[in-house]
Design a protein around this ligand. Structure first.
Ligand code: BDR
Ligand code: CA
Length: 374
């Protein structure tokens, strides 16, 4: 979709549902929030499993003056924690942001064995691009404790941006459920309402730890979901690489080195385009919500399905009445005597879901900031 088409369809969508009539602020939530309530810099914690696109997301965030990054927390996902944590530290060093604490988190999902994505990100998580061992060290605190302490320190102010499995956030919520009411928003790269990537049903971050995702979606905290519905539309190209190579700074050069390898690896794998910039889009969605189109859903996570575990199931009310959504369970078996069940009644949307993106403008922001042009 071109910029012009995106603007036009955005404008027509504005005339439709009530969810789009309210302005969505960067610090926003499913509930309407006046823009003047909070001004930048916005306090954020970024939870990550670096990862090629995580590396881009971290660099974009660290080059964004609107953000006060309280910390970066690492989690096992794309690569084991022993690989992802040093990658996070490397990015902090490259961006000269040693002021940002980095905390190590969960080495494995809540209940499952870790499934990695080294097939996509390479054994070193950075598509084979090599950077020196980081000199800076992680804080001694566990990521879940760091999240809990920081959210409690600034109640109502901290947005969690998660770009990996949400094991660390679920850990924090499990030990301190009241946190859900203190988080300003959770902006997640994860999920999909239009099919998965690691299975036909599930997106990778949710697939890896569906039980953790369920804790988060049931917690009551306002959630913003930037899933495959939009991140599939963000393919990195040779032109983007060229622009990064031309950037005269360490961040641009590091991003170019990763991009070069990742594009090469992608082509060798038989993919004509990409890789997709899933995680940077979650950062961009927080910085510039108007780059995307949003709809409100009640989202829950399938954890029991043999073929569908990790699926994000989205419900919208047919009438547009937020309070009237009924969640129907699966049909009863012959062994069960009771009549078909309404699992939950009159649930309210818990998630703002990104449905479309102005991809050229997103890349202007991403490449502009990494290369130092913006
Ligand atoms: C997500 O999975 C990971 O491989 C990426 O880093 C991104 O967070 C996309 O499904
Ligand atoms: Ca990731």
């Amino acid at each position: 979709m071109t910029r012009r088409q995106f603007g036009a369809s955005s404008a027509s969508a504005l005339a439709l549902g009530p969810f789009l009539r309210t302005e969505y602020s960067a610090a926003g939530s499913v509930a309407d929030q006046p823009l003047h309530q909070v001004r930048p810099p916005f306090r954020v914690i970024i939870d990550t499993d670096p990862g090629v696109d995580d590396a881009f997301a971290l660099l974009l965030a660290m080059r964004s003056p609107e953000l006060k990054i309280e910390g970066i927390t690492a989690v096992a996902g794309n690569v084991p924690l022993e690989v992802g944590l040093p990658n996070a530290l490397r990015m902090v060093e490259i961006a000269s942001r040693a002021d940002i604490p980095v905390a190590a988190g969960a080495k494995s999902p809540l209940l499952r064995r870790l499934v990695t994505a080294v097939y996509a990100h390479g054994d070193n998580g950075l598509a084979g691009a090599v950077f020196p061992e980081p000199k800076i060290r992680p804080t001694g605190e566990h990521a879940a404790d760091f999240i809990q302490r920081t959210v409690r320190r600034y109640p109502g102010e901290v947005t969690l941006i998660t770009i990996g499995p949400v094991t660390n956030v679920a850990g924090a919520l499990n030990s301190d459920p009241e946190l859900a009411g203190m988080v300003r928003n959770l902006v997640m790269m994860g999920g999909s309402l239009s099919g998965g990537n690691i299975t036909p049903a599930a997106e990778f971050n949710i697939y890896v730890d569906p039980e953790a995702a369920r804790v988060v979606f049931h917690s009551g905290m306002p959630i913003t979901m930037v899933g495959l519905d939009v991140t599939r539309k963000t393919a990195l190209t040779a032109e983007h690489l060229k622009a990064l190579e031309a950037g005269q700074n360490a961040v641009s050069q590091a991003a170019a080195a990763i991009a070069r390898k990742a594009i090469e690896q992608h082509r060798q794998g038989g993919f004509p385009s990409g890789p997709n910039m899933h995680d940077p889009l979650a950062i961009a969605a927080f910085l510039r919500p108007s780059l995307l189109k949003w709809e409100d859903y009640y989202v829950d996570i399938e954890t029991a399905g043999e073929l569908t575990a990790g699926e994000t199931v989205g419900y919208r009310s047919r009438t547009g009445q937020a309070a009237a959504i009924e969640i129907r369970g699966s049909a009863p078996t012959l062994a069960r005597s009771e009549s078909p069940s309404t699992l939950r009644d009159r649930v309210r949307p818990n998630t703002k879901v990104a449905m479309d993106v102005d991809s050229p403008s997103f890349f202007d922001l991403l490449i502009g900031r990494l290369s130092g042009k913006q």
